[in-house]
Design a protein around this ligand. Structure first.
Ligand SMILES: [Zn+2]
Length: 421
């Protein structure tokens, strides 16, 4: 396995357990601080509707609990200088874990969401869940050590996994790529090592959508779709500024929309799903065919050098060298993905579609084909203001979203559903 680690600013934190917010006004204050970074006491009065005296008392309580710190005075708006507060970044740490079909990304952040340590590594979800989650724990422990911290200081862990997640129970349900992972108790597994942390589990594309909203160009956009194209295809939906999971947690599972009933068998058991027709494995299998039947001399050469195999990135490399067969394969994928996205556009009317995942690195040929298909098949009104572009934080979207998800629950009420504390 290849791995790389990024080391950030070191700082030692004292606190070992997560304090608990007790009412929804406190939750609102923490949310406002996450959005704005710092706010004044009078803004807190406005947000909560508390009188100045009550706000003062509650702020004191939040400072005593270790949630907030005072950071001096801001600029005067004509009267007295406002006294500013921010989230206490010494409260503890949050971990974000993004597991893709072939890669792991793990980050350690403070409770403001600032990433302090980060690592990534190749993986294979066909391995057992004990093996993959065990490796995640090991890597996280390494990041904690590099930070000079201890495992008890981890207050929350957000985990993204590549399959359908029953969000309320935090388990995978019939994951096509890794059937062995079904019902694996992910939250309990991490709780054994990180006893002070709560653990929240979601689908990998949902956390990418949250990451785009938190740290990417999706910030401030109320209706957008994040599409991940890699080994599989999935979509995360932000509707009215909130992640839409649907009634059972599998909203956005667009990879299994049927494109051609006579198409190849999909990992889900059906035939002709979008994923089986146009994601990474479909691209490589079409490329192998082009290498074998002589339509692509370049792919044939690469296959020989690789010892008989091809990867999606080889198809992209051949395309860059002007190989027509490789270009056709990529354009075909883009067209099929675009046709399905056109239906989503008609159905949901997003203002933006962000595209990420390993295959998204293929660049403009894929994007142009997707755009063309969407514009051709969507209603004019739905595409007047529609923007379709690659996510600029694609490789970071997963971990940023996992951290954001964990922070949502750290700064939530004690009895929040979906979280084991
Ligand atoms: Zn399928």
């Amino acid at each position: 396995m290849s791995s790389n680690t990024t080391t950030g600013t070191k700082k030692k934190l004292a606190r070992r357990t997560a304090p608990i917010l007790v009412n929804s006004a406190e939750v609102e204050i923490m949310r406002a601080l996450r959005r704005q970074g710092r706010i004044s006491r009078s803004e807190i009065s406005n947000i909560t509707g508390w009188s100045k005296a009550k706000a003062s008392q509650k702020i004191r309580s939040l400072v005593n609990k270790g949630y907030l710190v005072e950071i001096g005075e801001g600029a005067s708006q004509g009267g007295r200088k406002p006294r500013l507060l921010r989230i206490n970044d010494q409260l503890g740490y949050i971990a974000g874990i993004d597991i893709g079909a072939t890669s792991l990304d793990i980050a350690l952040a403070d409770v403001t969401g600032l990433v302090l340590q980060r690592c990534s590594e190749t993986t294979d979800v066909k391995l057992s869940p004990e093996s993959v989650f065990g490796r995640c724990s090991e890597l996280l422990l390494e990041l904690i050590q590099a930070q000079g911290a201890i495992p008890d200081q981890i207050l929350g862990i957000g985990v993204g996994v590549p399959g359908p997640v029953d969000f309320a129970r935090g388990v995978l349900v019939a994951p096509p790529l890794m059937p062995e992972w079904e019902d694996f108790p992910i939250r309990d597994f991490f709780k054994k090592t990180f006893v002070s942390a709560f653990v929240v589990v979601d689908n990998d594309v949902n956390i990418m959508a949250l990451g785009e909203q938190r740290a990417g160009d999706g910030a401030g956009i109320d209706h957008f779709i994040f599409v991940k194209i890699g080994t599989g295809i999935g979509a995360g939906i932000i509707s009215n500024g909130k992640l839409h999971r649907g009634s059972d947690g599998c909203a956005g599972d667009v990879g299994h929309i049927c494109v051609d009933k006579k198409g190849p068998l999909c990992s889900c058991g059906n035939t002709g799903c979008l994923e089986a027709m146009s994601a990474g494995p479909a691209i490589t299998s079409k490329a192998l065919e082009a290498a074998r039947n002589g339509t692509s001399p370049i792919l044939s050469q690469i296959r020989e050098v690789n010892g008989g195999s091809l990867r999606p990135e080889d198809v992209n490399a051949a395309c860059r060298e002007g190989d027509q067969a490789a270009l056709d394969i990529i354009r075909d994928s883009g067209k099929m993905i675009g046709d399905v996205l056109a239906s989503l556009v008609n159905f949901f009317n997003p203002s933006h579609i962000f595209i990420g995942g390993g295959i998204a690195n293929f660049g403009n040929h894929l994007l142009v084909a997707i755009r063309r298909a969407v514009l051709q098949r969507s209603l004019p009104l739905a595409t007047t203001h529609l923007s379709i572009k690659f996510s600029r934080i694609s490789s970071n979207a997963g971990v940023m979203g996992a951290i954001s998800l964990a922070l949502d629950y750290l700064f939530a009420l004690e009895d929040s559903p979906h979280v084991i504390r």
